[in-house]
Design a protein around this ligand. Structure first.
Ligand code: CAA
Length: 379
């Protein structure tokens, strides 16, 4: 598999790095503390095309491949993992799902605005009693003439408040279990749709995560995605690609913490020399770099398989499993390399360590990734 980056790939990577360093870095600590993502930055991300990278230009996207997308996501997450998750959900779960499975009318009405970043989307699968056990949907949507009546609660929804359009997974035919589930495009502002409490999170604090409530929301039948009963398959297919995005986010978090550690270890002196000259630190740096490189190869491989139209379910799960474990390990070591400075906000690594944890949880926990990998191996 060829991982030599084309000129276009390198240009996307450089543009994302430049944006991250000049625009995202300056206020990243303040945004984490305030739990607020600056809308001006979101606007800049959309202007630079980071919110609909893989969508065809005819629908307002960048027409790029998955590799270009993960390269950008990695650079952005090195600095601001909150920006990373906003970008990942909009690109991989919302835009990709709509472009792949939406009708032409749905694409014209929603995808064009989502891909250009004019509006942001959310993906609503998790519920108070349906996290890993995603088939156990309690949100219902029953057909009533030309519309569905949507009722239920969704939890931990990324961009829950910022988003204008939500892809909501709901049970339509309970007797058919997961084969009776549908996914609907639901607009904010529709009667009965309310935004609930904002979660006070450990990490990715600048991204908003909310509970969403639906009480007799009338959803036009035309807003169902795919055939009746396709909704769970839709969610699974979309999450396969989403996991590549979260793997890239995790890779970025790890690489960002490593770059800071490398720099710091050359500057900080103990016992009369830079700590980089102590073998204890060298061993840490070597192991960090090796694990990050291995994670990078898994992430790029999954992206390449997807771009080549090959099966990428296992590769995506492996990339997400490994990159998220590496992110947690590397960021913990990065705090250790920084010592007391690592424990305070100013040096960034404590935030990256907090940000890393979620990559082992959302879009399928590490345990779910192992389940997915095992099922693919045993097929
Ligand atoms: N790709 C495609 N299809 C898949 C799939 C995959 N990775 N995994 C399961 N399926 C299909 C199965 O083939 C099956 O379809 P058929 O009945 O047609 O054969 C169907 O889904 C049900 O699968 P199972 O019988 O295996 O169901 P299960 O209950 O035993 O396991 C699960 C399902 C794999 C555990 C699934 O529930 C799962 O992936 N859970 C994790 C959910 C998740 O990732 N949530 C993330 C929330 S979204 C989020 O975090 C976004 C954000 O804001 C950042």
């Amino acid at each position: 598999m060829d991982f030599n980056l084309s000129e276009e790939h390198q240009a996307v990577q450089a543009a994302a790095r430049d944006f991250a360093q000049t625009e995202l870095l300056p206020g990243v600590i303040e945004r984490d503390t305030a739990q607020h993502f600056d809308p001006v930055l979101l606007r800049k991300m959309s202007e630079l095309g980071f919110l609909g990278m893989m969508v065809a230009p005819e629908y307002g996207g960048g027409g790029m491949d998955t590799l270009a997308y993960v390269l950008a996501l990695e650079e952005i997450s090195k600095v601001d993992a909150s920006a990373g998750v906003i970008m990942s959900v909009n690109n991989s779960l919302v835009c990709w799902g709509l472009e792949k499975y939406g009708t032409e009318a749905q694409k014209q009405q929603y995808l064009t605005r989502l891909a250009s970043g004019e509006i942001i989307g959310a993906f609503c699968l998790s519920e108070p009693e349906a996290g890993s056990d995603a088939t156990s949907q309690h949100t219902t949507a029953f057909l009533n003439a030309d519309h569905y009546l949507l009722n239920g609660t969704k939890n931990w929804i990324t961009s829950g408040n910022t988003s204008s359009v939500c892809l909501v997974i709901a049970q339509t035919h309970p007797e058919a279990k997961h084969k009776g589930i549908n996914t609907f495009i639901v607009e904010k502002g529709w009667k009965g749709f309310s935004v609930g409490r904002k979660e006070d999170k450990m990490g990715i604090r600048a991204s908003d995560t909310h509970t969403l409530m639906f009480s007799d929301v009338k959803v036009p039948a035309a807003n169902r995605i795919g055939e009746d009963g396709f909704g769970f398959k839709f969610a699974m297919n979309v999450l396969n690609g989403g996991r590549i995005g979260i793997a890239a986010q995790a890779l970025g978090i790890a690489a960002g913490a490593f770059e800071l550690s490398l720099k710091y270890s050359k500057e900080r002196k103990t016992f009369g020399k830079p700590i980089a000259e102590h073998q204890a630190i060298q061993f840490k740096l070597s192991e960090m770099a090796t694990k990050i490189e291995a994670a990078r190869l898994l992430v790029y491989k999954a992206a390449r398989l997807k771009d080549e139209g090959k099966d990428y379910i296992q590769a995506a799960a492996m990339a997400k499993l490994y990159a998220s474990e590496v992110a947690m390990w590397v960021t913990t070591e990065a705090v250790q390399v920084h010592g007391g400075y690592g424990y305070v906000k100013e040096y960034h690594v404590e935030r990256l360590m907090r940000d890393a944890k979620i990559t082992q949880i959302y879009e399928g926990t590490s345990e779910i990734q192992k389940l997915v990998i095992a099922r693919e191996l045993l097929k």
